[in-house]
Design a protein around this ligand. Structure first.
Ligand SMILES: Nc1ncnc2c1ncn2[C@@H]1O[C@H](COP(=O)(O)OP(=O)(O)O)[C@@H](O)[C@H]1O
Ligand SMILES: [Mg+2]
Length: 473
């Protein structure tokens, strides 16, 4: 090593170069004899020039060698990072961001995820920590996703070698200890300097995720901090699966369609561009189901607030309403819950501020459901806030018949069974949810359902509501 390279080099750790630079200047080095080509020799010369005695030379020599080694290490790490930067591109995904869901969804569909021997199974493709209690319960069989398990995975994407590192909080004690952060990370890397491959991967994943959403209804729910959290997306529920009088259905659907194209009409008249529906009536009559199928029909997402949630204050409710996008359905479930622990006046003011607020989004469809319309304050449901009220009741004969037909789609066209079944059902006594529950006990056997329905009704009338025949479940 020539003296000049030592001094000029930035390869040494800062303290080493400072040591050298401070004590010997380039000028003094240039006047050194050319002989000392070894480090030891050089140090001896330096020591002499500085007037340090023989004794000090050994120590100094050690210090410089130590410095050089440390420098090399420092430089080595730096060099490795540098090399990595020049040869490897990496994209980093964090479970707190929505892009993480795109990547998980994309991954679950990669051929590699289907063959790897180290895989994890998930019933949700959502970000971690986002599952709400009850999620997926409405599906008969939950979806299952296969994902590469935490750790390093190597696979091919577009004929290029790609490797993926999935880190779970459990693998990282620092994060695991911090209970508030349920953090997962995925790093995807490939060789090269261009980000194109990884960018196209991200766009592909995003598109795939969005496409999946298009055929689905995405549901957002309020979390305890007053923020919307995407909870699940589910296949659009066809309107035909909700059995209510067809005029009610068409009236509401037409009304909503018309509303969505009438923005100009509203603004011309200075009327806030909002629409409100109140769905009230008996429990299990299809109020919630109808809102979901309406959302599917209109292609809107649903933002659900449950007022029985104790941690929800009027202020957070207001913020939530303000934070809904301009085209959506805001669903306030069981709105009478707001009146349980408060006086009518109090609860109404809070609700009204939230749903009427100047900041409340334009273009929004507000749906409120309740089993107890009598408990609501009139002010809350007056025209302008609630434009259409729809009553949902227990099953009529024709509803029972239609439900039966829909439940067994493979029945011959003129089968007498649906009518027979309906004729045995007392009028407006059982909720549709009840009847559906009974039929669920006889999924494959319509004849059996008709046979047993009398016994079931009897048991029910005796107050023995749980006695559902499930012999062929
Ligand atoms: N009118 C209906 N048509 C078809 N299914 C119904 C109907 N009413 C209720 N159900 C079924 O019963 C269950 C509960 O219905 P839900 O919509 O939650 O009732 P609500 O909100 O009125 O209490 C759902 O599984 C739904 O499919
Ligand atoms: Mg409901």
């Amino acid at each position: 090593m020539s003296p000049a390279t030592i001094v000029n080099s930035r390869l040494l750790p800062p303290y080493a170069s400072v040591l050298l630079r401070n004590q010997i200047t380039a000028r003094s080095l240039s006047s050194l004899p050319p002989e000392p080509s070894t480090l030891g020799g050089l140090i001896t010369v330096i020591a002499e020039r500085l007037g340090i005695g023989e004794l000090a030379t050994g120590g100094l020599q050690l210090a410089v060698i130590g410095g050089a080694v440390a420098g090399f290490r420092y430089f080595g790490g730096y060099f490795f990072e540098f090399l990595k930067k020049k040869t490897i591109v990496t994209a980093d995904f964090d479970s707190r961001d929505e892009s993480y869901s795109w990547i998980l969804n994309w991954l679950s569909d990669q051929p590699y995820s289907k063959v790897t021997s180290r895989f994890s199974v998930s019933t949700s493709i959502l970000r971690v920590g986002q599952r709400l209690p009850g999620e997926g319960l409405d599906a008969i069989t939950q979806p299952v996703y296969f994902l590469p398990s935490p750790g390093l995975h190597i696979f091919m994407y577009k004929n290029r070698l790609v490797w993926l590192n999935r880190q779970r909080p459990g693998n990282n004690p620092q994060v695991a200890n911090n209970s508030t952060a349920i953090l997962e990370r995925i790093e995807i890397s490939t060789f090269g300097q261009s980000r194109d491959l990884l960018q196209s991967l991200v766009f592909e994943a995003q598109k795939k995720y969005m496409d999946r959403d298009r055929s689905r209804t995405v549901v957002f729910a309020a979390d305890q901090y007053g923020a919307w959290r995407r909870t699940r997306s589910r296949p659009k529920r066809p309107l035909s699966t909700v059995v209510i009088p067809s005029n009610v259905k068409t009236t509401l659907v037409d009304d909503a369609h018309e509303f969505l194209v009438s923005e100009q009409w509203y603004s011309d008249r200075g009327i806030p561009y909002r629409r409100g529906y109140l769905l009230y009536g008996t429990p299990g009559s299809g109020k919630t189901s109808f809102v979901y199928s309406l959302a599917g029909e209109l292609g809107l997402n649903i933002y659900v607030v449950n007022l029985s949630n104790k941690s929800l204050t009027d202020d957070t409710l207001g913020e939530l309403v303000t934070d809904t996008p301009s085209r959506c359905i805001l669903l306030i479930e069981d709105v009478d819950a707001a009146f349980v622990q408060r006086t009518k006046g109090e609860a109404t003011t809070g609700l009204l501020n939230a749903i009427d607020g100047v900041a409340a989004q334009e273009g929004r469809i507000l749906c409120m459901t309740t089993n107890h319309i009598e408990n609501l304050d009139e002010a809350l449901i007056r025209p302008g806030r609630i434009d259409v009220r729809v009553w949902f009741g227990n099953a009529t004969r024709s509803q029972a018949e239609e439900l039966f037909t829909k439940f067994y789609p493979n029945l011959p066209q003129h089968s007498p069974l649906p009518h027979l079944f309906a004729s045995k059902i007392p009028i407006e006594t059982f909720s549709m949810a009840h009847l559906q529950g009974f039929l669920m006990g006889h999924k494959q056997r319509p004849e059996r359902a008709v046979e047993l329905v009398d016994t079931w009704i009897e048991a029910h009338n005796k107050g023995n509501a749980t006695e559902v025949t499930t012999e062929d479940l």
